[in-house]
Every structure is written in structure tokens, then in C-alpha cells.
Write a protein that binds this ligand. Structure first.
Ligand code: SAM
Length: 647
């Protein structure tokens, strides 16, 4: 809804066709043995050269980076113990090597474009490019993908890349496993030192703290887990669990934080750190009631903990918003103006309270700053024959990561509409969550919303005639998000509610009085900005036909009348743009346009007339012909279906 769809734009159609052709060419190679086309040195040189070119790209240009969604395939659901090792030389092209795994190490540092990429080598010394999609930012930045990182790729897929080279593409987060240096899987020849397995619990705790202080939470977690495996004293168990809980908290793994602190609280019911971390994790999981209850215990036992007291009042404020629907909207706008990304710390209210039906915090929100030189991403979706520009790719990544890190959130998300896409009902394999990226993608593309930074400013801009803003009001936003509750609302061109945005909050208000148990509907595509040709609404993307009275009217009107309506509407747009406006001609055209409707506007709104009437009202107002201005002002309202008494 309201995302910037460029599927029919000639400048992007070429990309879509090229990708389809690549896929077709690649399919023809399916099953052929992977035979190296280049020597190891050539592959390494080429990778390093590309990396150098990328780093040297000028920072102030806005690039459009294209990402391409391959045909859907399921993640690996087979437990690791049942997978057999495969070597690169034995792999086939364009094939998912089901029930197999690849053990490799990186021989280059990672490069990042639309994926985290590196050259990998197996124990035979064969090399290939590896592309990891949807990985968390932490991996893109610093720590985890240095040279010599050991990885297991489950059920690997060798694809022919756009440039004709071969590479392994991984789309599901759980299909790649970062193997710690001290794991038994790592061959001796790949280890830096061999004695680590014998180190004691205090050693691992110390290593964990070292990694933690460097911000390398992934390694810190591994070391604290080693501490717990190395028969620590009861005191050390508590310390390691509290430290690991904090590392989980810092890496947004709130479910895991809760698990660790629950263990601590079983031993030491009133542990200050345990209670605090529990309250924080619950807050992040938006379980504000539970968070407040934990804070209450903390506040009673540790009244001088001011940091906890501050967080207690924050959690209480969310509970109030959630229960009352009272928000300081003005303050929220100011915050959204300043904060980057504009994510607001607010509760979700499910109404009604007056006309406020819903004020919802995004489950996930990806912001594109139109004022900063920030790259845009073109998402090519061959399955749906769609190309969109904006932040959909980021949104898929963000949601996949969020669910992977917090599987307790999976049920509510996968409950959203996903058409005919079928995914296995498996949440975990080997104790690790499994998130089907293609299910996430389908849900996002059917339930996501494009959104402005805040709707108020974008509407004012459009009213002032700012063309760029007008385009955006008409549904071409680059920022986007997914809101779980709002996603359950169906479309109608004759909707009874309107949505607006402040940062990552969606606000839905009733646009008319609604008797109890009325189904709420809003526009997936606004009828206001739509060309008369676009009735009935084209909602093919959602697989629906709108049966509102506007769409029905278009279906029951003869094609000759519809084409007359369309022609006059186009003429009027042109006439209003001329430097010397001919009002008589315009009024004549407007009255012919009105004649194309057989039903009164109170029954079927005459949407094509709204804009010409409003423009005439404005023109007459500016030339101080007030009676005429009022006449057209009233007609504007009437064209939308209002019945004016005494006008
Ligand atoms: C964002 S979801 C809306 C909520 C969905 N109906 C649900 O139960 O969760 C979009 C999907 O809802 C259905 N839908 C939305 N508007 C509809 C309408 N006017 N008539 C029939 N189905 C509609 C379509 O299947 C569409 O792909």
C-alpha cells in the first residue's frame, strides 16, 4: 500500500526482463557439475578489485542498488546430525543440495553491497563466492566476518550470478552457521591454537568480558556459553548467565535474555541485575504490563536504583497510552522531525476513543531520508512480476532478523495474510529458530505500507501544489513499515477510515460515524488521485476486486461514456495549467463532465469533479468573486457525496 511501484516504468522494466532472462539461462544449467571457471588467484583478485571500486564510489551521489528476489525455496529443516558434508567440487549448479552441508572458511574480508559477500574455501582448497542475504547489520560492519571465519552452509545452493560467475547464495538466516574457532567441527589445520578446548570456566568468562567490552556481542555470547559448559562454580554460573543476558539484550535477542535471567531468578529471586534485565527485555518485547510488574518488585527492593526508576516510569507511560489512547501528537511530530530514524517510543492503542480507532507502533519500519543522499534500493520480484523502489528490501531483512532473534514474535507475524504461500510449520531446528525469508517477503509485500515522515506536512505540501510532495501523497513513499493490527484492515475505495503517520506510528481515524461492529476499511490505493480510467480499482497485487459503489458505477457505465469522462478530465487538467485560464471554457467542460454521471453524487460520489470544482472555488476566491467561490466550494463538497442544506 502506497509503496513506490515501478513495475510498469519503462526505465525499470529492462531490469525485470534482464533478471528473468538470467533466471532462464541459469535454469538451463541446472544439475551441471560446478567446474571452476577461474583459478583461485583470479577469483581472489577479482573480488578484491570489486571491493576497492566499491569503497571508492563517491559518497554524495544517490545510487539505486537493485536486489533481486529469487524463486522461493524452503530453509533447511533437517537436524544437523542428519546432514552429510559435501565438497565444492562435488556440487552442481542451480541445485539445492538437500541433506548436505558445506564446511568453509572465508579467505577474504567481507564486502557488502546488497549482501554480505566473501570468498570461501573448503578443506580441499576449492574456492567460491558466498553471498549472505538478510544478515544483521552487525555482520556488515565489523566483527563477525573477518578473514578465516568458519561457516557451515546448510543445504547450499550454487547459482550462476548475473556476471556468469558461480557463487553460493543463502537467503535464510538459519541456513548459515558461524562456527566458533574452538568447535570440534573446525579442522585442526584451520585453528589458530589447539589448546583452547581445555581452558577452564574463568578463562572463558574473561574472554567473554573482553569481547563484550569491544562490542563483539556474538563472540561474548559464545564465550559465556563456554563458561557455562566448563563446570563453573554456582557463583560463576550466575555471573555468566547475567553477562550473557546482557549480551543478548545488546544484540536485540530479548527471548534469550529472558531465558537466562529466569535461571538466575530461580537461584536468586531478588537479583537486582536479573530483575532489571528482565524488565528491560519485557519492555522491548512490548510486554509493558509484565515489565511494570517486574519494575514494581525492583523499585521496592532497590529504591535507589535511579536508572531502573526512570525505565519504570517509561514502561508506565506506555501502559497509560495503551489503555487510554491519550497521546501528545504535537510532541510526537517534533520528535519525528528530530529523531533519525524516526522511531517513536510509544504504546499501541486499540480503540475506539472518539474518532481514534488505532494508534499503532510499527512492528518494523525502514526509513528513507529524502533529505539525505542515501542510496535507494530497487527490489525486483520475479515471482510477483513486480519492481518497487524504496525500503522493502530493508524491511524484509529487518523482519527476518527480528523474528529470528525473538521467535516468540513469530506467531503474530505469520498470522498475517500470506495468500497461497505455504511454509512448513516448524519453528526450531537444533534449538535454533527457523524463519522462512520467503514467507516474510510474501507477508511484507501483501501487508506493508509506504509512509511519509508525517502525513500532516505531506498533505500541506500537496495542497500548496508542491509536485514532489503530491506524488508522495498519491502513494509513492520510499519509507515503509509493517503494522500488525492495521494489516488486518481490508480495502474499500469508499472507506470509512483514514490512516496517517507520525514517524513509525500509524494513526487510524474514523472518517464517519460508525455503528458498533462495523467493518473498518481504508484505501490500499486512493481513489482521489486516481485517473478515471483506473476505475474499477486495479488491486491485482492483493488478488482482489473492489465492489464499492465507485467501482460498480464504472463497471455499469458504458465504455463510450467512460472514455468521454476520461477525455474531459484530461482536457480540464490541461486547461487549468495554461497561463491564461479560460474560465467559461472550463465551466462548460465541468458541466459536461457532470453530465457523464447518471446517479446523484449523494449516491455515488463524482470524484472527477472534486478537483476542478475546488480549483474554480480557489480561482474565484482570489479574484474576490465570493458568490461564485462559495458556489463551487459547495459543489466540491456535493461532488464527494455531502448533502448541503441551506447552501
Ligand atoms: C492486508 S490484508 C487485509 C486483511 C486480511 N483480510 C486478513 O484477514 O488478515 C490484504 C488481503 O486481504 C484481502 N482483502 C483486502 N480487501 C479486500 C476486499 N475489499 N475484498 C476481499 N478481500 C480483501 C485480500 O486477500 C488481500 O490480499
Amino acid at each position: 500500500m502506497d509503496t513506490h511501484d515501478v513495475s510498469n516504468a519503462p526505465e525499470y522494466l529492462g531490469y525485470l526482463h534482464a533478471h528473468k532472462q538470467n533466471l532462464k539461462n541459469a535454469k538451463a544449467l541446472k544439475g551441471r557439475p560446478e567446474k571452476p571457471q577461474k583459478s583461485k588467484d583470479e577469483i581472489l583478485m577479482q573480488f578484491m578489485f570489486r571491493q576497492m571500486v566499491n569503497t571508492k564510489a563517491p559518497a554524495d551521489t544517490i545510487n539505486i542498488r537493485s536486489s533481486f528476489l529469487p524463486p522461493a525455496y524452503p530453509p533447511c529443516y533437517t537436524p544437523f546430525i542428519k546432514l552429510k558434508k559435501v565438497m565444492i567440487k562435488n556440487m552442481c549448479l542451480e541445485t539445492h543440495h538437500r541433506d548436505r552441508y558445506l564446511l568453509v572458511k572465508t579467505v577474504t574480508p567481507a564486502d557488502t553491497m546488497t549482501a554480505v559477500m566473501a570468498i570461501i574455501e573448503d578443506e580441499d582448497g576449492s574456492v567460491l563466492m558466498l553471498q549472505l542475504y538478510n544478515q544483521e547489520q552487525e555482520l556488515w560492519n565489523a566483527h563477525s566476518m573477518k578473514e578465516n571465519t568458519v561457516l557451515v552452509v546448510k543445504e547450499p545452493y550454487v547459482k550462476v550470478m548475473a556476471d556468469g560467475d558461480y557463487g553460493i547464495r543463502v537467503d535464510h538466516l538459519s541456513d548459515v552457521w558461524f562456527v566458533p574457532e574452538f568447535d570440534d567441527l573446525v579442522p585442526l589445520s584451520w585453528r589458530k591454537r589447539v589448546t583452547q578446548a581445555d581452558e577452564d570456566a574463568s578463562y572463558w568468562k574473561m574472554k567473554g568480558s573482553e569481547h563484550f567490552s569491544q562490542g563483539d556481542y556474538r563472540s561474548a555470547i559464545l564465550c559465556y556459553s563456554k563458561t557455562l559448559d566448563a563446570h563453573p562454580s554456582p557463583e560463576l554460573v550466575v555471573i555468566a548467565q547475567l553477562n550473557r543476558a546482557l549480551s543478548f539484550l545488546k544484540s536485540y535477542r530479548f527471548d534469550a535474555t529472558l531465558k537466562d535471567v529466569e535461571h538466575v531468578l530461580q537461584v536468586s529471586e531478588l537479583s537486582e541485575k536479573g530483575l532489571f534485565r528482565k524488565a528491560q527485555a519485557l519492555y522491548q518485547l512490548r510486554r509493558f504490563q509484565d515489565s511494570c510488574e517486574t519494575h514494581a518488585i525492583l523499585a521496592e527492593k532497590y529504591p535507589i536504583n535511579t536508572q531502573a526508576a526512570n525505565e519504570y516510569s517509561r514502561a508506565s507511560a506506555r501502559l497509560v497510552e495503551q489503555g487510554s489512547g491519550k497521546y501528545e501528537f504535537r510532541k510526537m511530530i517534533l520528535e519525528a522531525k528530530k529523531r533519525r530514524p524516526p522511531r517513536l517510543d510509544r504504546g499501541t492503542y486499540i480503540g475506539p476513543a472518539g474518532d481514534l480507532l488505532l494508534c499503532e507502533k510499527a512492528f518494523s519500519h525502514a526509513f528513507h531520508d529524502e533529505d539525505a543522499s542515501q542510496d535507494l534500493r530497487l527490489l525486483l520480484n520475479v515471482d510477483m512480476d513486480k519492481a518497487t523502489i524504496g525500503t522493502q528490501t530493508e524491511r524484509i531483512e529487518l523482519v527476518a532478523q527480528k523474528l529470528y532473534k525473538n521467535p516468540s514474535l513469530i506467531p503474530d507475524f505469520v498470522d498475517l495474510h500470506h495468500g497461497t504461500y505455504k511454509s512448513a510449520d516448524v519453528l526450531e531446528v537444533d534449538g535454533i529458530p527457523v524463519v522462512d525469508t520467503f514467507l516474510v517477503k510474501t507477508i511484507i509485500l501483501l501487508n506493508g505500507f509506504g509512509c511519509p515522515l508525517f502525513s500532516r506536512e505531506s498533505h500541506i505540501g500537496a495542497l500548496k501544489g508542491d509536485d514532489d510532495t503530491a506524488k508522495k501523497v498519491n502513494g509513492q513513499f520510499h519509507s515503509s513499515g509493517v503494522w500488525l493490527m492495521a494489516s488486518h484492515i481490508n480495502h474499500s475505495c469508499m472507506s470509512n477510515a483514514r490512516r496517517s503517520f507520525i514517524g513509525d506510528m500509524m494513526i487510524i481515524r474514523a472518517s464517519k460515524d460508525l455503528p458498533p461492529n462495523t467493518e473498518i476499511t481504508f484505501w490500499y490505493k486512493s481513489p482521489m488521485s486516481r485517473d478515471p480510467k483506473e476505475f474499477p480499482a486495479n488491486l491485482q497485487h492483493w488478488g482482489i476486486r473492489c465492489d464499492c459503489i465507485l467501482c460498480q458505477e464504472a463497471l455499469s457505465t458504458s465504455s463510450s461514456i467512460l472514455s468521454t469522462r476520461n477525455r474531459i478530465w484530461a482536457d480540464l487538467r490541461r486547461l487549468f495549467k495554461t497561463s491564461k485560464i479560460n474560465l467559461r471554457k472550463i465551466e462548460d467542460k465541468v458541466s459536461t463532465l457532470a453530465g457523464t454521471y447518471s446517479q446523484p453524487a449523494s449516491e455515488v460520489p463524482h470524484l472527477t469533479l472534486e478537483s476542478p470544482y475546488l480549483s474554480l472555488a480557489a480561482i474565484y476566491a482570489s479574484s474576490r468573486k465570493l458568490e461564485k467561490s462559495v458556489e463551487f466550494g459547495l459543489k466540491t463538497l456535493e461532488s464527494l457525496g455531502f448533502v448541503i442544506q441551506g447552501g
